[in-house]
Design a protein around this ligand. Sequence first.
Ligand code: 5RP
Length: 219
Amino acid sequence: MDQNDMKRAVARAAIDFVPQGIIGVGTGSTANFFIDELAGIKGRFDGAVASSEATAQRLRSHGIKVFELNEVGDLDVYVDGADEITRHMHMIKGGGGALTREKIVAACSRQFVCVADQTKLVDVLGQFPLPVEVIPMARSYVARQLVKMGGQPRLREGFVTDNGNVILDVVGLNILDPVRMESDINQIVGVVTNGLFARRGADILLMGTPSGVEMLRPA
Ligand code: 5RP
């Protein structure tokens, strides 16, 4: 079973969590497998709120209705992938650059179901560069503050978020307290948000392994 098979398997398993109403849908290759699975049951739910333009487009291409978050209020379930996740269900997200909208949809959702293959499970976050979405004019100021925090920020070249901002990918951070670091980075003026999902982590991890899908809850 390769990594894509494991992603496909967790995407299929997440179908059990789809409510009758409107579901929040994340961004990335695992989320894309989930969207493709949703297509097969589209008569069973009303539609979706998308965490990115790419996800909205893929949902619509399957004939799934896409709602604006402001039209619908809170959601029962949000399904999304992660770049790294711990057994405490803290995550790094934003490899696809959709972190801000992902965090907004997650905040509005009663249950966050993370879908990921086993390579994403880590003891300590931070091997994956931490994405930070930044207002363009604040880019070098924010980069200097991140250096003071021990990080080495790199501009994601040629990439603009759905919100018209840039991403700094930060390596070298010692993320032993992800809840605190999430808040500390968000306090820097010019930061829109960062890819630490610790204050609102996942509620369930559906983890793809070569022997099947395991369901984990916060340790
Ligand atoms: C996008 C994300 C994705 O969830 C994360 O990058 C994981 O992607 P994939 O499922 O392709 O491994 O946060 O902004």
